[in-house]
Design a binder for this molecule. Structure first.
Ligand code: DGJ
Length: 737
């Protein structure tokens, strides 16, 4: 299955069937189950964009030009009469700065999952071509677009703009929704109307790209975004490096969206005969509001873009917040015993287990030396793996393979491996000594592959890898790339990372791998084909997680979002919260624990054991189901609520979390969504802590009633006085009868 995910493009090429080669004066209709995109590819003319939206008939498509469609290029080139943004700009080998691209030929490639239309544009004078590709899935409302640029000029062509795609939107009231944030506060939602000029969202880092801004956006075509109504385009640049998204709103209020690698620090010198392939830009459209777009992204991710998107994720305990760097064999075994006893399925040993000359006791040293520290783990990884096996759980391990500390044996031997600008000092990140390894260098790529290969060869039982990345690109420079290719560093870095990950996945297709980058620094679709999930944040505070997971759910499915119950008071926000609330939030994603369980009381362990057992019974609904967001924490109504249903709508899980607490506060009654109005659902509370069941426990309600009215959630719990807190949350299972 991996091959079809990772080597998808190779796979496609293997089954090419050319259905036609040159269409003159005919519209191209790109189709998914519910959407159409239409282009005018008239030979010898610029490629024009006519439509993207709800599926239309051939007749409508042919009449589009008479219906008031603006005259806009599908891939605007710099050079002639282009007063606005360009998708592509190049300096030819002779210094000429202009491009004049017209349609040369069109062909279609089919395979069992998708159909790709390629429109070859050629320059009217120079031997330079741009293939603009649109891949439409047969079973998903998703179109991926990207371009391939090549030339046969005598010399090098310098590319200064090379967007993956351009989508003209419409005139007037369009809103842009993006995620922004900071470390520990990732995935916050920002929605605002587009106004004249440029709206730019970009990343300059090249190594990590989602703490501060994301390469996914939603564009609401009917004004202010609605959860379940209105036309919305979702766009995700599938790239793990430096990106630039732009919306250009012209003097007539017309908006155009561009997305691609950020060319500002990555001008590319294209050699004669070389092909520059841009990352894919995934596009989806729904007239069911931003919720519809989210569900389209989630299905596409599970079926096509995420490693093992169809496989249930294990319930795990991660050692980080429990012991930090203080790894000791006895504690690891105790943690394994505890998680196994509570019904968990996997234990992950985090940072701190390695380094001999430079033991990894804190963030200052050891990265690069992936050798077990026998002082901490006398029986090595073998001992731990054996212990995990005895307890009936799997074993996972933390690594940070792209990084190095100045205090490491690897650095003693190879100082030239680090990312560093010539004639400049090294720039240190975490721990005052961490640097990034230069993955543009094939020798370094080989080393990084060997880290995983050696671990997996010696310990084939390793079931899960947490792949961390705690440094950003702090110094633009490669000691490997030649002077004229220094601006290629970030592009070559990501290519290098891709080839390492390809090698790993070819040899170890089954291991689960989490992408972590100081929490949510690598939450994007460029990374996900090789990874099973992401760690969205180092912030595990349950209230903040309601917001954080809400934002991430706009684009990413629950199966890919690690969500852990942590200790109280929380280590990042110092907030104290009852276990019930922490559990009810963590259960809405890929459930795990992040604490030292020997600090839990017997009662808390019992409660967690029950929650884990109940999660197992609903795991398929959360991890494979359709998400309906019901009440947003951002609306400040005191409550946030979501619901997952199976695609058949015969089983659902409803989450309700209080987000604020005031005396005599009137809590809104939340209407459900996504159920079948004609089905009848029996209600059962999960994670119950009340002495007596809720009044509606075991009662049956129609989907119509639940969606029109919802159920009134009791604000307090029926528990002893000393157990009362200001927090409140409920999880209900709704099973069709
Ligand atoms: C940052 C990660 O986000 C944490 O979960 C943890 O793995 C630390 N790094 C370890 O250094």
């Amino acid at each position: 299955m991996f091959k079809s995910l990772i080597f998808r493009s190779v796979f496609l090429l293997a089954s090419v069937t050319i259905t036609n080669s040159a269409i003159e004066g005919k519209n191209i209709k790109i189709e998914t189950p519910k959407t159409s995109m239409v282009l005018d590819a008239t030979k010898e003319k610029p490629l024009k964009f006519l439509y993207y939206g709800t599926k239309i008939t051939d007749n409508d498509a042919n009449n589009l030009k008479t219906a008031g469609t603006p005259n806009v290029d599908a891939y605007p080139a710099y050079g002639f009469n282009l007063r606005r943004e360009a998708a592509v700009a190049a300096k030819h080998a002779d210094g000429n700065m202009t491009l004049e691209l017209v349609v040369d030929s069109v062909w279609t490639t089919n395979n069992e999952q998708s159909q790709t239309h390629t429109i070859r544009l050629k320059d009217t004078f120079y031997p330079l071509t741009v293939d603009v590709n649109y891949l439409a899935y047969h079973n998903e409302d998703m179109i991926e677009t990207w371009t391939e640029i090549s030339h046969d000029e005598d010399g090098t062509v310098e590319l200064s703009e090379f967007a993956s795609g351009c989508i003209p939107l419409r005139y007037g009231n369009v809103w842009l929704t993006q995620l922004h944030g900071a470390w520990g506060n990732e995935g916050r939602i920002d929605s605002s109307p587009l106004t004249h000029g440029l709206r730019v969202i970009k990343n300059n880092d090249g190594i990590r790209n989602s703490h501060f801004a994301h390469s996914e956006v939603m564009l609401s075509l009917d004004g202010k975004p609605q959860e379940n109504d209105g036309r919305v385009i979702g766009a995700a640049l599938c790239y793990g490096g430096n990106f630039k998204l732009v919306v250009d709103t012209d003097e007539k209020d017309y908006h155009k969206f561009y997305a691609g690698i950020n060319p500002e620090n990555s001008h590319y010198h294209l050699e004669k005969g070389e092909t520059f392939i841009t990352p894919h830009l995934a596009l989806t459209y729904s007239n069911e509001g931003i919720g519809g777009v989210s569900r389209n992204f989630h299905r596409w991710a599970r079926n096509h873009r995420l490693a093992h998107g169809d496989k249930p994720r294990k319930i795990l305990l991660n050692s980080w917040e429990g012991v930090h760097f203080d790894i000791k064999e006895k504690e690891m075994e105790q943690m394994m015993a505890d998680i196994a006893d509570m019904g968990g399925e996997l234990f992950v040993m985090d940072d701190g287990w390695f380094g001999v000359k430079y033991p990894r006791n804190d963030g200052t040293q050891g990265l690069g030396d992936w050798i077990v520290n026998k002082q901490k783990l006398p029986h090595g990884l073998k001992g731990l793996i054996k212990a995990a096996k005895n307890k009936g759980i799997s074993f996972g391990i933390w690594i940070e393979p792209e990084m190095i500390n100045a205090n490491s044996e690897l650095y003693d031997q190879h100082p030239e491996y680090v990312v560093k600008a010539n004639n400049r000092k090294e720039v240190y990140g975490r721990g005052g000594s961490q640097m990034v390894l230069d993955l543009s260098n094939p020798e370094v790529q080989q080393r990084v592959f060997q880290i995983v290969d050696t671990l997996m060869t010696q310990y084939p039982e390793i079931d899960y890898i947490k792949w961390d990345c705690n440094n950003m690109g702090m110094s633009h420079g490669s000691q490997y790339l030649p002077a004229d290719k220094q601006s290629h560093l970030y592009i070559e870095y990501f290519k290098g990372l891709e080839s390492v990950l390809n090698l790993i996945r070819e040899k170890y297709p089954d291991v689960t791998i989490q992408a972590c980058a100081s929490g949510g620094g690598r939450v994007n679709y460029g990374i996900l084909p090789w990874f099973d999930e992401v760690w969205t944040s180092d912030n595990t505070d349950a209230l903040q997680r309601v917001y954080l997971q809400w934002g991430n759910s706009y684009f990413f499915p629950a199966i890919a979002l690690g969500s852990h119950i942590s200790a109280t008071p929380n280590l990042q926000t110092y907030r104290s919260m009852p276990l019930k609330y922490r559990t009810d939030v963590a259960m809405s994603g890929r459930l795990g624990l992040e604490m030292q369980p020997n600090e839990m009381t017997a009662e808390e362990k019992k409660q967690t054991r029950k929650a884990i057992e109940e999660y197992k019974s609903i795991r398929h609904i959360i991890q494979q189901g359709d998400l309906y967001r019901l009440m947003s924490p951002y609306d400040g109504l005191g409550v946030a609520s979501i619901l997952y249903t199976t695609p058949e709508k015969d089983d659902a899980v409803y989450f309700w979390w209080k987000t604020e607490a005031f005396r005599n506060q009137q809590m809104p009654r939340v209407k459900m969504a996504g159920l079948d109005p004609d089905k009848n659902y029996r209600v059962m509370e999960l994670n119950r802590i009340d002495k007596k069941p809720l009044k509606f426990e075991g009662k049956v309600f129609s989907g119509r009633y639940l969606m029109d009215n919802g159920l009134e959630m009791p604000v307090g719990y029926d528990v002893d006085t000393d157990k009362r807190t200001e927090w409140g949350s409920r999880v209900l299972r709704l099973t069709a009868q």
